[in-house]
Design a protein around this ligand. Sequence first.
Ligand code: MG
Length: 341
Amino acid sequence: MTESTDRISPLHGAGGEMMEQLLAEHVMPHFAARSVGRIDVTAMDDGATLRLPSDGELVVTTDSHVVKPVFFPGGDIGTLAAAGTLNDLAVMGARPLAITLAVIIEEDFAIADIDRIVKSFADVLAESDVAVACGDTKVMGRGELDGIAINTTGIGVAERAIRDAGAEEGDAILVSGTIGDHGMALLAAREAFRLDTELCSDVASIWPMIRSVLPIGGVHAMKDPTRGGLAAALNEMARKSGTTMEIEQAAIPIREAVAGLSDLLGISPLEVANEGKAILIVAPETAEDVLAALRNHPLGRDAAVIGRVGSSHPGRVVVTTPVGGRRFLDMPLGDPVPRIC
Ligand code: MG
């Protein structure tokens, strides 16, 4: 039997020398070249140990990533696995400390692609000074899995965790940038469409931006509008706080290309995933300063106030259209784009 040296074989997930070699040559070098934060990751023991912070709350989140296609305009499954998990920590007001990396790979997957994906993952961690605490590798047979799936668990620490239920009447509703970019870029890149557009995913770790906002104070609630987009996130925040999210449609920043593709396909940009954005619900006293701090960061250049928290329809989202009509923005049944993250 001849073993291809540039493709994943079942032995790469079998816990022996082949797996060790894969990790040593194609995984670890991407992390070794960088500062991986405050955790000793050289031990490779049965488990990782973390020193608990002396005060504050530990925040833990987990995500599985099955995005299709694996490589897309603006990123890949590695970028997404890192940013998606770090962003869930960031919107809890938590500084990310460490992340786990569990990878399930289909036999015959190109090892060069593993290199690309792990490098993307490591690049995102380096920007936010986050360590890999531990990892796992498994291989499934041809046809038993579509390429690659990644599970990540993130661990962060917050002085005081920020909940998505904290909206109060009178608060300003902010978004940190343009809406719908990730979902529409993926749709355009899918085999069925192959549309030639300049659409690009917004996938990025938002922690460096959120970090600059938190000291200002007055942030009552945050959420990253991923699956189901702005519509799902705002509905969830309205329900949990019993308030009304009152939004001005014209104030929502949306790229022209996103709006164009959305019209073409009949899919609302408000219902598709974002992977580098936050919704912030902010006390009126600090809203202008928070907006200025967001805009001061490269990821927040297009930040905007899109509405106010009211009380007319508890648990609902109400949109004012450009011509002055008012309609409910309902909770979507699900993201219209499957395998978006
Ligand atoms: Mg989230």
